[in-house]
Design a protein around this ligand. Structure first.
Ligand code: UGA
Length: 432
């Protein structure tokens, strides 16, 4: 199939590269000319495992093209995905300016039937607005359909998530749209759920909000665990074995971050408010997430007494492993709070150092975990990269000034570390 993807961010690039790999002719468009000229040479602006190889391969075999001209993309493809950013406005609402601009450009450049597929995370009723906008700006009376096809991929495992989705959600209104979309996704052999457009739009926000709720819930349980001496990992395991609860997204830590959960939760709360519903549960989820960062900071303070002048090593900057994305990273919030308290910060992250150098001031960037640990009064695990799970603890202990580990992601076995002579503080591991 000939398809275009407007917007070459995470979702756009991953979807574009994966659709090309499935054998489609794909054009990815973006109005950032520098990004497009880099992509044409196989230079990918984000770190996502496997993405660069996929883009380079499909550029070579000419199934994937990049352009900064929406017109070119619209003219060349029957199916057009919208995957532009929907950043948060100051009041928490999603800014849909990009979506409106794209809808207008599609309308102005259509020269026949087009299927417009909305993939960005948007408020319910956005597709209705896209439909109205296209109807207003369309030049001739070409036919078109609008489909809501929310994306559920996670950064760090985006390609695998795209190729092996738990479900594909298609909110649509016509048989033609159904046929085209089911054909397009047929090679993935995944369950397809066809719904009306508004339901599909809501499924995305409801899913992200529910996952964030699970995380805040287990973080609240972690607080209780610390008070009574229980281990949140055991509690989560026991809960997760119940199929109705499920074991995923029950890892307590320093709070959720990233470009999706904080923004989407805020947007969903605002959407509900506009509709006259006070989404109290989600407000509590958001507050618990904020409190979690303060709680971890307090843990560090309790262990070090005076923060001012102390050297603290922070391992992990990205909001989660296998990405260099720092947006709303709880690690960055924690570092900034520690700097405010007067700490000297040394950091190491396997992939996010370059991006961090642009936003973090007054920290020492180290080439590896051991160099970061050298002379530190405390070592914090802020992101659960695999390489941190395999550190040589004897070597690490020699480097540290004080053998104190605050394991913000609960990646270590407390007993093992305590037997080696470390003071170990996890999140909800029952030891303060
Ligand atoms: C999230 C959703 O998981 C995807 O399904 C969705 O497509 C995406 O948002 C989006 O809307 O685009 P993502 O933000 O990439 O994906 O990453 P997650 O793996 O969901 O992690 C989000 C945050 O939650 C991270 O900070 C992570 O550390 C935290 N988390 C996750 C926990 O603290 N505990 C957990 O058990 C799981």
């Amino acid at each position: 199939m000939n398809i275009s993807i407007i917007g070459s961010g995470y979702v756009g690039l991953v979807s574009g590269a994966c659709f090309a790999e499935l054998g489609n002719q794909v054009i990815c468009a973006d109005n950032d000319a520098k990004k497009i000229s880099d992509l044409k040479q196989g230079i990918v602006p984000i770190y996502e495992p496997g993405l660069e190889e996929l883009i380079v391969d499909n550029l070579k075999n000419k199934r994937l093209k990049f352009t900064s001209s929406i017109k070119e993309a619209v003219r060349a493809s029957e199916v057009i995905f919208i995957a532009v950013g929907t950043p948060a406005l100051e009041n928490g609402e999603a800014d849909l300016t990009g979506i409106e601009n794209v809808a207008r450009s599609i309308a102005q450049n259509m020269d026949g039937y087009r299927l417009i597929v909305e993939k960005s995370t948007v408020p319910v009723e956005t597709c209705a607005w896209i439909k109205k906008t296209i109807a207003i700006y369309i030049k001739k009376k070409h036919k078109f359909d609008v489909v809501s096809n929310p994306e559920f991929l996670r950064e760090g495992s985006a390609i695998n998530d795209f190729n092996h989705p738990d479900r594909i959600v298609l909110g649509l209104e016509t048989l033609k749209a159904k046929q085209i979309m089911t054909n397009l996704y047929q090679p993935l052999n995944a369950p397809i759920l066809i719904t009306n457009i508004k339901s599909a739009e809501l499924i995305k926000h409801a899913s992200n909000a529910f996952l964030a709720t699970k995380i805040s819930f287990i973080n609240a349980i972690a607080r209780i665990c610390d008070k009574v001496g229980a281990d949140v990992k055991e509690v989560a395991q026991g809960m997760g074995l119940d199929n109705r609860i499920g074991r995923h997204f029950l890892q307590a830590g320093i709070g959720y971050g990233g470009s999706c959960f904080p923004k989407d939760l805020e947007a969903f709360i605002t959407i509900a408010e506009k509709l006259g519903y006070d989404f109290g549960i989600l407000k509590a989820v958001r507050n618990t997430n904020q409190e979690q960062k303060i709680f971890v900071l307090q843990k560090i303070k309790d262990a070090l007494w005076i923060i001012r002048g102390k050297t603290i090593a922070v391992l992990g900057l990205a909001f989660k492993p296998d990405t260099d994305d720092l947006r709303n990273s709880p690690s960055i919030d924690l570092i900034n709070a520690l700097i405010q308290e007067g700490a000297k910060i040394k950091v190491y992250d396997p992939k996010a150092m370059e991006k961090a150098a642009k936003i973090l001031k007054h920290v020492v960037f180290c080439k590896d975990a051991y160099l970061a640990a050298e002379g530190a009064d405390c070592l914090i695990i802020a992101t659960e990269w695999n390489e941190f799970k395999e550190l040589d603890f004897i070597k690490l202990k020699k480097k540290l000034k004080r053998a104190l580990i605050v394991d913000g992601r609960n990646i270590y076995d407390p007993k093992l570390l305590m037997d080696l002579g470390f003071t170990y503080l996890g999140v909800g591991r029952g030891n303060g």
